[in-house]
Design a binder for this molecule. Structure first.
Ligand SMILES: [Mn+2]
Length: 299
């Protein structure tokens, strides 16, 4: 059996199809690990979500920040749902929306396959989290996402605070766990995420580290595959394989083979757009204040 991990699709249907062709994906034989952010920005989120849903018996998915946003918006009043961008609206007002969203809501924040030797998350892990601890924390949120109080969870999900601490409880605990799994890039050695830093390592503020390079981080006994950080490109270090190569920004869509020790990467052209990722703006503190006021999840 061949197992491929695939980077952030973000509603890019044609690149997804091209990549499945390029790896000669056979649903009867092969398995796919999608690292999350299936939807938003690419323009064909509904079709992309339908495609992955149609492959559900042959794939695993970990939820990304854009997937969770879609689920949160889907719980709001229809008038509110009409205010979001057309790409997400295409899913929200589709005839098969309930089937697609019920399935999406059942996907995990972390997928672990000890026999294969790999774990997958969308964005990252907190510095002190071993694989087993991370699995436990993912499971806490997954149970609530599938349960009766999912509306409360999704309503209270947005916000940058508090940073993760094992002493947290309730909504704050869920929010901190979700932020680690779906929004982490840089953090302090104690695990405070900087939500504004999105660039290439080397140019970040002093005292911040890519989550996989934090001094004193926990030992992790599995290799990790993740997405979310398009500026990083294909990055392999410290047992972490980051595979969001910016398909939605006109970069590439990446597949990484997991069932062989030899490194095998297949890439196809991303979406046809001239646009580059938005450049980080200058004033960090001003942006931080704005983000606090908005309290929004961002890419
Ligand atoms: Mn993301």
């Amino acid at each position: 059996m061949t197992v491929w991990a695939i980077g952030d699709l973000q509603g890019c249907l044609d690149p997804t199809r091209r990549l499945l062709d390029a790896i000669r994906f056979d649903p009867a034989q092969d398995r796919l690990w999608f690292c999350g952010d299936l939807v938003n920005r690419g323009g064909e989120s509904l079709e992309t979500l339908r495609l992955v849903h149609s492959l559900r018996d042959s794939c695993v998915v970990t939820l990304g920040n854009h997937d969770l946003s879609l689920l949160a918006i889907a719980e709001r009043e229809p008038d509110e749902q009409r205010k979001v961008n057309p790409d997400l609206q295409s899913v929200l007002f589709a005839d098969d929306r309930d089937e697609l969203l019920d399935w999406l809501r059942g996907q995990p924040l972390m997928h672990v396959d000890r026999a294969l030797g790999w774990a997958m998350v969308h964005a990252g892990l907190a510095p002190k989290w071993t694989i087993s601890m991370a699995e436990r924390h993912a499971h806490e949120v997954e149970l609530r996402l599938r349960g009766d109080d999912r509306r409360k969870l999704l309503r209270n999900m947005y916000g940058d605070e508090p940073m993760w601490s094992p002493r947290l409880a309730g909504n704050e605990r869920d929010r901190a766990i979700i932020n680690v799994f779906t929004r982490m890039r840089y953090c302090s050695p104690r695990g405070r995420i900087d939500f504004d830093e999105k660039g290439t390592p080397g140019a970040q503020q002093p005292g911040l580290y890519p989550w996989y390079e934090v001094p004193g981080r926990a030992e992790r006994d599995l290799r990790i595959v993740c997405g979310h950080w398009s500026a990083l490109g294909l990055m392999i270090a410290h047992g972490v394989h980051a595979i969001d190569t910016g398909a939605v920004w006109g970069g590439k869509l990446t597949a990484l083979r997991l069932d062989t020790d030899e490194l095998r990467v297949v890439q196809v052209r991303g979406r046809d757009v001239p646009a580059a990722p938005p450049k980080p703006r200058k004033s960090q503190s001003r942006r931080r204040d704005q983000r606090r006021k908005r309290g929004k999840a961002s890419a």
